[in-house]
Design a protein. Structure first.
Length: 235
Protein backbone atom coordinates (compact mmCIF):
# COMPACT_ATOMS: atom_id res chain seq x y z
CA UNK A 1 0.00 0.00 0.00
CA UNK A 2 1.43 3.34 -1.08
CA UNK A 3 0.55 6.83 0.10
CA UNK A 4 2.21 10.18 -0.52
CA UNK A 5 4.63 10.89 2.31
CA UNK A 6 2.95 14.17 3.23
CA UNK A 7 -0.30 12.24 3.89
CA UNK A 8 1.23 9.69 6.26
CA UNK A 9 0.66 11.96 9.26
CA UNK A 10 -2.91 12.58 8.08
CA UNK A 11 -3.58 8.84 8.17
CA UNK A 12 -1.96 8.56 11.60
CA UNK A 13 -4.06 11.40 13.00
CA UNK A 14 -7.19 9.78 11.59
CA UNK A 15 -6.29 6.43 13.15
CA UNK A 16 -5.53 8.00 16.51
CA UNK A 17 -8.78 9.99 16.53
CA UNK A 18 -10.93 7.01 15.63
CA UNK A 19 -9.05 4.82 18.06
CA UNK A 20 -9.63 7.28 20.90
CA UNK A 21 -13.36 7.28 20.11
CA UNK A 22 -13.47 3.56 20.65
CA UNK A 23 -11.98 3.83 24.14
CA UNK A 24 -14.31 4.24 27.09
CA UNK A 25 -13.64 7.71 28.40
CA UNK A 26 -13.86 8.52 32.08
CA UNK A 27 -16.47 11.26 32.11
CA UNK A 28 -15.12 12.63 35.37
CA UNK A 29 -12.28 15.06 34.79
CA UNK A 30 -9.17 14.95 37.00
CA UNK A 31 -10.15 18.39 38.28
CA UNK A 32 -13.57 17.03 39.24
CA UNK A 33 -11.94 14.17 41.11
CA UNK A 34 -9.84 16.73 42.98
CA UNK A 35 -13.04 18.55 43.98
CA UNK A 36 -14.47 15.31 45.38
CA UNK A 37 -11.21 14.69 47.25
CA UNK A 38 -11.27 18.20 48.75
CA UNK A 39 -14.95 17.81 49.71
CA UNK A 40 -14.18 14.58 51.56
CA UNK A 41 -11.23 16.23 53.30
CA UNK A 42 -13.40 19.17 54.39
CA UNK A 43 -16.11 16.82 55.65
CA UNK A 44 -13.54 14.91 57.74
CA UNK A 45 -12.18 18.14 59.20
CA UNK A 46 -15.67 19.39 60.04
CA UNK A 47 -16.48 16.09 61.76
CA UNK A 48 -13.24 16.31 63.73
CA UNK A 49 -13.98 19.94 64.62
CA UNK A 50 -17.46 18.94 65.78
CA UNK A 51 -15.97 16.26 68.02
CA UNK A 52 -13.44 18.77 69.38
CA UNK A 53 -16.20 21.26 70.15
CA UNK A 54 -18.24 18.55 71.88
CA UNK A 55 -15.23 17.80 74.08
CA UNK A 56 -15.06 21.50 75.02
CA UNK A 57 -18.80 21.57 75.73
CA UNK A 58 -18.53 18.48 77.92
CA UNK A 59 -15.61 19.94 79.85
CA UNK A 60 -17.43 23.26 80.34
CA UNK A 61 -20.39 21.33 81.74
CA UNK A 62 -18.03 19.44 84.03
CA UNK A 63 -16.52 22.73 85.27
CA UNK A 64 -19.99 24.11 85.98
CA UNK A 65 -20.84 20.93 87.92
CA UNK A 66 -17.66 21.20 89.99
CA UNK A 67 -18.30 24.88 90.71
CA UNK A 68 -21.89 24.13 91.72
CA UNK A 69 -20.76 21.34 94.05
CA UNK A 70 -18.10 23.64 95.53
CA UNK A 71 -20.66 26.37 96.26
CA UNK A 72 -22.96 23.87 97.97
CA UNK A 73 -20.13 22.50 100.09
CA UNK A 74 -18.96 25.98 101.09
CA UNK A 75 -22.48 26.86 102.21
CA UNK A 76 -22.57 23.61 104.14
CA UNK A 77 -19.19 24.35 105.74
CA UNK A 78 -20.34 27.86 106.72
CA UNK A 79 -23.58 26.48 108.15
CA UNK A 80 -21.64 23.94 110.22
CA UNK A 81 -19.33 26.67 111.49
CA UNK A 82 -22.26 28.89 112.42
CA UNK A 83 -24.01 26.07 114.27
CA UNK A 84 -20.84 25.25 116.18
CA UNK A 85 -20.78 28.72 117.72
CA UNK A 86 -24.16 28.11 119.35
CA UNK A 87 -24.18 24.34 119.90
CA UNK A 88 -23.22 23.12 123.40
CA UNK A 89 -24.08 19.44 123.13
CA UNK A 90 -20.77 17.52 122.80
CA UNK A 91 -22.21 14.79 120.56
CA UNK A 92 -23.85 17.26 118.20
CA UNK A 93 -20.68 19.36 118.15
CA UNK A 94 -18.72 16.25 117.22
CA UNK A 95 -21.10 15.53 114.34
CA UNK A 96 -20.87 19.11 113.14
CA UNK A 97 -17.07 19.10 113.32
CA UNK A 98 -16.97 15.83 111.35
CA UNK A 99 -19.36 17.17 108.73
CA UNK A 100 -17.38 20.40 108.47
CA UNK A 101 -14.13 18.47 108.04
CA UNK A 102 -15.71 16.26 105.39
CA UNK A 103 -16.98 19.33 103.50
CA UNK A 104 -13.59 21.06 103.65
CA UNK A 105 -11.83 17.89 102.42
CA UNK A 106 -14.26 17.54 99.55
CA UNK A 107 -13.84 21.23 98.69
CA UNK A 108 -10.07 20.71 98.47
CA UNK A 109 -10.59 17.74 96.15
CA UNK A 110 -12.96 19.77 94.00
CA UNK A 111 -10.50 22.64 93.73
CA UNK A 112 -7.87 20.20 92.48
CA UNK A 113 -10.36 18.77 89.96
CA UNK A 114 -11.28 22.30 88.89
CA UNK A 115 -7.65 23.21 88.22
CA UNK A 116 -7.17 20.08 86.12
CA UNK A 117 -10.38 20.83 84.23
CA UNK A 118 -9.26 24.39 83.48
CA UNK A 119 -5.92 23.10 82.19
CA UNK A 120 -7.65 20.52 80.02
CA UNK A 121 -10.23 22.92 78.60
CA UNK A 122 -7.45 25.31 77.62
CA UNK A 123 -5.86 22.54 75.51
CA UNK A 124 -9.27 21.53 74.11
CA UNK A 125 -10.04 25.11 73.06
CA UNK A 126 -6.66 25.35 71.35
CA UNK A 127 -7.56 22.16 69.51
CA UNK A 128 -10.84 23.74 68.36
CA UNK A 129 -8.91 26.78 67.10
CA UNK A 130 -6.52 24.54 65.16
CA UNK A 131 -9.44 22.71 63.55
CA UNK A 132 -11.02 26.05 62.66
CA UNK A 133 -7.85 27.16 60.87
CA UNK A 134 -7.65 23.83 59.03
CA UNK A 135 -11.28 24.12 57.95
CA UNK A 136 -10.69 27.64 56.64
CA UNK A 137 -7.72 26.44 54.59
CA UNK A 138 -9.66 23.41 53.33
CA UNK A 139 -12.55 25.65 52.29
CA UNK A 140 -10.11 27.85 50.37
CA UNK A 141 -8.60 24.81 48.65
CA UNK A 142 -12.05 23.45 47.80
CA UNK A 143 -13.12 26.75 46.27
CA UNK A 144 -9.94 26.83 44.17
CA UNK A 145 -10.52 23.22 43.07
CA UNK A 146 -14.11 24.05 42.08
CA UNK A 147 -12.92 26.96 39.96
CA UNK A 148 -10.36 24.74 38.23
CA UNK A 149 -12.98 22.04 37.63
CA UNK A 150 -15.37 24.57 36.11
CA UNK A 151 -12.60 25.87 33.84
CA UNK A 152 -11.81 22.29 32.78
CA UNK A 153 -15.49 21.58 32.04
CA UNK A 154 -15.72 24.78 30.01
CA UNK A 155 -12.59 23.81 28.07
CA UNK A 156 -13.95 20.33 27.37
CA UNK A 157 -17.25 21.71 26.16
CA UNK A 158 -15.39 24.12 23.88
CA UNK A 159 -13.48 21.33 22.15
CA UNK A 160 -14.54 20.74 18.53
CA UNK A 161 -16.53 17.65 17.62
CA UNK A 162 -13.96 14.96 16.67
CA UNK A 163 -16.29 13.58 14.02
CA UNK A 164 -15.88 16.81 12.08
CA UNK A 165 -12.10 16.46 12.09
CA UNK A 166 -12.37 12.79 11.15
CA UNK A 167 -14.46 13.71 8.13
CA UNK A 168 -11.93 16.38 7.13
CA UNK A 169 -9.04 13.90 7.37
CA UNK A 170 -10.85 11.23 5.37
CA UNK A 171 -11.47 13.76 2.60
CA UNK A 172 -7.70 14.24 2.29
CA UNK A 173 -6.92 10.55 1.76
CA UNK A 174 -7.18 8.48 -1.46
CA UNK A 175 -10.07 6.05 -1.72
CA UNK A 176 -7.90 2.93 -2.01
CA UNK A 177 -5.98 3.81 1.16
CA UNK A 178 -9.23 4.49 3.04
CA UNK A 179 -10.71 1.19 1.92
CA UNK A 180 -7.65 -0.74 3.09
CA UNK A 181 -7.49 1.24 6.32
CA UNK A 182 -11.21 0.61 7.03
CA UNK A 183 -10.81 -3.09 6.29
CA UNK A 184 -7.91 -3.35 8.73
CA UNK A 185 -9.82 -1.40 11.36
CA UNK A 186 -12.57 -4.02 11.22
CA UNK A 187 -9.95 -6.74 11.71
CA UNK A 188 -7.73 -5.24 14.41
CA UNK A 189 -9.63 -2.20 15.70
CA UNK A 190 -6.82 0.20 14.76
CA UNK A 191 -6.09 0.21 11.02
CA UNK A 192 -2.90 2.28 11.15
CA UNK A 193 -0.37 3.04 13.86
CA UNK A 194 2.98 4.61 14.58
CA UNK A 195 6.09 2.48 14.15
CA UNK A 196 8.55 3.57 16.82
CA UNK A 197 11.93 2.04 17.50
CA UNK A 198 11.17 -1.68 17.06
CA UNK A 199 7.53 -1.77 18.16
CA UNK A 200 4.15 -1.57 16.46
CA UNK A 201 1.88 1.11 17.92
CA UNK A 202 -1.19 -1.04 17.32
CA UNK A 203 -0.35 -4.34 19.01
CA UNK A 204 2.68 -3.00 20.92
CA UNK A 205 4.68 -6.05 19.90
CA UNK A 206 8.43 -5.58 19.58
CA UNK A 207 9.13 -7.00 16.16
CA UNK A 208 12.00 -9.32 15.25
CA UNK A 209 15.11 -7.85 13.58
CA UNK A 210 14.20 -9.13 10.13
CA UNK A 211 10.77 -7.48 10.22
CA UNK A 212 12.24 -4.26 11.60
CA UNK A 213 14.82 -4.20 8.78
CA UNK A 214 12.13 -4.76 6.16
CA UNK A 215 9.92 -1.96 7.55
CA UNK A 216 12.77 0.50 7.78
CA UNK A 217 13.98 -0.38 4.32
CA UNK A 218 10.61 0.16 2.63
CA UNK A 219 10.27 2.99 0.11
CA UNK A 220 9.26 6.39 1.60
CA UNK A 221 5.73 6.24 0.14
CA UNK A 222 5.23 2.63 1.21
CA UNK A 223 2.92 1.80 4.16
CA UNK A 224 4.36 -1.47 5.47
CA UNK A 225 2.13 -3.74 7.51
CA UNK A 226 2.81 -5.10 10.98
CA UNK A 227 3.56 -8.83 10.57
CA UNK A 228 1.72 -9.52 13.83
CA UNK A 229 -1.56 -7.51 13.65
CA UNK A 230 -1.56 -6.29 10.05
CA UNK A 231 -1.86 -2.56 10.86
CA UNK A 232 -0.44 -0.04 8.39
CA UNK A 233 2.72 1.37 9.94
CA UNK A 234 3.63 5.03 9.73
CA UNK A 235 7.34 5.63 10.25
Amino acid sequence: MKLRVELHEVLLELANLQRSQGVAVDEQLPEEKEVAKQEQKLARLRNAAGSAQMAVDDMEAEILRIQSDERKLRRRERDDKAQLTAELDPEKRRDLEHDRYTAKSRIADLMSELQEAHNEIHALRNNVDVHGAQISEAERQLEAARREAQAARDAREAQPDPTVRISELRDLLPTDVLEEYDRLRVENGVGAAKFKNRACGSCYIELPPAAVGSIRGAAPEELPECPDCGALLIR
